[in-house]
Design a protein around this ligand. Sequence first.
Ligand SMILES: [Zn+2]
Length: 480
Amino acid sequence: MKKIIFSFLLLTVSCALLGGQWGLVSDYYEPVKEGKKSAVGEKYLMRQILRGKPVVVKLMLKEEDEKKRNSVQKLIEDSYKEWFSYTAKLILNQKRQTEFSDVLPILDRGIKVQFSAQERDIDFSVMSRKEVLAACDGLGAGCYFFGQKNNDFIPHIYIPKDSFPLNLLFGSSEFTEEAALHEIGHSLGLSDQYAFARDNNTHAVYHSSKPAESIMESNSSLTCDDADGIVNLIDITLGTSRGGDTGWRSFCKDSSDYYSHGKVLAASPYHIEYDAEIGKWILTSMQKGSLAVQSSFEMDLQTNIDPFAAIQEEVFKKDASGRPVWARASTGENVYYSYIYDKKTRLVVRGEKVALAEVWTPAWKNKKWRHFPGQQYEAYFGGDGKYHSMLAVFYSKQGGVLDYGEGDSLVLPEKVVHMLFDKTRALEYEEWAGFEMENLSFDSTESFAKLEVQVQAEQQEHYINALRADLLKWFEKKVK
Ligand SMILES: [Zn+2]
């Protein structure tokens, strides 16, 4: 149990503080090397494919698998082709050729794949399931990395070779194919769609409004959502705004999304994230289909907001789903909301500074993860010249965690409280660090000094008891 929560917390921290966010991968607009200027999507393969350049693959196989080289090469070629041919087929089936007359020739041209170790664009390793799991840092049955492994700025895909136990486990004889399609989706620029990953690696702005069946989720083949992804990815990379003022309708019949330049038109106009590098909360707003206005707010370290109290607010603006996006608190602050799938962020801005930021990630409702429902709240606020953070995570079957931090940095707090709860919500373990009293000389013989020490110790005890009671009450309220 501890292990599960521990690895989840790592995810949480990187998601909450480093930001990142159908979706397009969160770093699609980032340069290949930090500080270097580069074109949109240069880290991914869609850009060169649209220029008509083939994808050069270096295929790495174990010696004993060399005899399978031709069949593995065919699998990779077919998987790249499938992404375009499936999308083209869907356009024809839905008789929408006129709408996509500019895209169809691109899709029909397809993706050309060449195999060579020289001047390659991407590395592929096909190995046993165990080896893949190790290469993927235990994260999955396949994975995509961008140059992290050896810092060569070459993307690397790891997929398992076909094996009988694996087929049995996943109830399919085509698991390798699924893994290849999924990881290739990443190499083109698409993000994960399964519950606990989509909030973390999906771009803040470019994604569908609701999670859908997808090869990037747990589906075994491409879906209408994946076709939405390909057309939007092409539009984002080429800078195309399709569908005029109303946008173009999703290929999925049960979706009410209309897209323009990769963005759902009726979605919330705001996006909120924390930039740890500059220590500011960034509020991005969309105007006429593109990212336009950006405000950045420092945290108000002297605020006297009560993070444990609910603030009444008057809503001025809602999104198409009726969720609030802009409100005014009864205490005068501006309140902004942003939504990525089911993750909600709320920013309370007083004057030019953030008084309170909250991130709410509800239960993981997902076919594959149904047995692992959980919810998570994060709150960030200032006070007494310090940053404060609170995190509550609870899984009905595993138990939960409450973390509190306080200090000169939001990322590395000096004072830390860590509490673990079992599945009945009973406190199992707690640890307090950094609350020790310093510079107190107990050996003083003067009675006045002794008295002062005693008063300080009592104040400290009172403070810790009050904080503990507030935290426990907050946890109970947030994870119920
Ligand atoms: Zn993935």
